[in-house]
Design a protein around this ligand. Structure first.
Ligand code: MN
Length: 467
């Protein structure tokens, strides 16, 4: 039995608002599917986030159909679950469309039963069926992305209850704490290792965008846990190349080809990584103590970046009066580099000498949650706008419970709108941003956050006229 395990394709994404990135994400998906078909797999798994949004554009749907036709023509079934990016509460989603076209088979909880060559289901209650895939004797179980709140309800472990006594493959789109180290989910995991149902021969995971495996000898579970990572580079920490040029360095330090991207081909439940070719992605950090130093270092570094690359250049150091990023664009304007962007972590002396307040001291918990919602890329914000508006409405229509006004100690995870009830959709989840430019490194204050004497001004302003 041989299968492919792909996850986090994010089809439809135009990273950095660059149309060529749409093509890159599509190309990576096509390569993964082509390589799977060529390897003669018995089936293919897509463990969530096939699409970047739950309502992909007609063009994205057309491209997905075209690629998924390749395994269909060979009679290779594709089993899929929805991830946090592409799940929906709507009755009909793009996944239903693909399923209707016979291109994929979804598994998990459904309102309708399924029965066929590759699917089976069991009635749980009225309008609730557990659907799984089957290939020969092997069962492919799974569940679309859920929040921790939905999966672990006090003493009830929903996953264990659903998959009790089941065997085969379990496909999930969740961050497991044991494998989340050094990822955006390190402190925001959905499940602890000890909460996973035991008994499966392979845990086909998605959500964490870097490749990770935990063997049964490490976890005590019956099969390996595996994240193939995303087939394309989705953020700066997945860069293919790193260049560091600090004030101590005589010349820039280059670290090449770290993080290969791709997916797994799994034979007898042993995953083998298969690389997918990606565009070079450079993460560059240049440090200097004057604008002239930064400029000459950027000019030097520019010669090390290939033309087809993406380069994210972070400027660091202490420069009197600070810098304007626009003053650096001319250095690369004629370089021919496919896409570059500058970020600043430069501080002026004035900032350094100032006592700064922490976010916790300035904002209440609710205001910080609001800021989290607003901290997404403007382009992506519109995709979750209706959910964001209903989240806001919920607060200001019903009035605010008194206890919600008391700031709690910094929560590890933002309270998501969805967590107020299982049937709410949510804004696209974003990995936490890197540290804010200009913000001093400071150990977080241990003392409890003082309760503000006056109601927070922002919230009071939004509530004006309400009881
Ligand atoms: Mn993802």
């Amino acid at each position: 039995m041989k299968f492919a395990h792909i996850a986090d394709v994010h089809l439809g994404r135009e990273q950095f608002n660059q149309p060529f990135r749409y093509e890159d994400y599509l190309r990576a998906f096509r390569e993964a599917i082509e390589k799977s078909v060529r390897a003669n797999v018995d089936f293919i798994l897509i463990a969530g986030d096939l699409f970047h949004v739950s309502r992909p554009s007609p063009r994205t749907i057309r491209d997905a159909v075209e690629v998924l036709e390749l395994p269909r023509r060979k009679g290779i079934p594709v089993f899929a679950i929805e991830g946090n990016h592409d799940k929906t509460i709507r009755e009909t989603s793009v996944f239903d469309l693909l399923e209707h076209l016979g291109l994929i088979y979804t598994v998990g909880l459904k309102r309708e039963p399924r029965r066929g060559e590759f699917q089976e289901s069991r009635k749980l209650s009225e309008n609730r069926y557990l659907v799984w895939g089957k290939v020969g004797d092997l069962e492919i179980h799974g569940l679309r992305h859920h929040t921790r709140w939905q999966l672990i309800r006090g003493d009830v472990n929903v996953l264990r209850a659903l998959f009790k006594g089941k065997r085969g493959i379990l496909m999930l789109h969740q961050a497991i704490d044991y494998l989340a180290k050094d990822t955006p989910y390190q402190d925001a995991f959905d499940l602890r290792l000890s909460e996973l149902p035991d008994g499966f021969s392979y845990y086909a995971l998605g959500h964490i965008h870097v490749r990770r495996i935990a063997e049964p000898s490490q976890t005590g579970l019956s099969g390996p846990l595996a994240y193939p990572g995303s087939p394309e580079r989705t953020e700066i920490r997945e860069a293919s190349h790193i260049i560091r040029y600090s004030t101590r360095d005589k010349k820039p330090k280059v670290i090449e080809n770290r993080e290969a991207k791709g997916f797994y081909i799994v034979e007898d439940f042993v995953p083998e990584f298969v690389e997918v070719e990606t565009r070079p992605f450079y993460s560059i950090r240049v440090e200097g103590n004057s604008k002239a130093e930064l400029r000459s270092k950027v000019a030097e570094v520019a010669n090390l970046i290939p033309k087809n690359a993406i380069a994210v250049i972070t400027l660091e150091g202490t420069v009197k009066g600070g810098i304007a990023l626009a003053e650096f664009n001319d250095l690369l304007r004629n370089s021919g580099i496919r896409y570059y962007t500058f970020r600043s972590r430069v501080v002026g002396e004035a900032v350094l000498s100032q006592e700064r307040l922490s976010e916790e001291e300035l904002f209440t918990e609710w205001e910080r949650e609001l800021l989290m919602h607003l901290r997404v890329e403007p382009k992506e914000f519109s995709e979750g706008l209706s959910e964001f508006v209903s989240w806001l409405m919920e607060r200001y229509e019903k009035g605010i419970p008194a206890k919600a006004m008391v700031p709690k100690k910094a929560p590890e995870r933002k309270a998501e709108p969805e967590e107020k009830g299982p049937q709410k959709a949510k804004a696209p989840e974003k990995p936490p941003k890197e540290k804010k430019p200009g913000k001093k490194e400071k150990t977080p204050k241990k003392k409890p956050v003082p309760k503000p004497k006056n109601p927070p001004s922002l919230d009071a302003w939004l509530r004006r006229g309400k009881p």
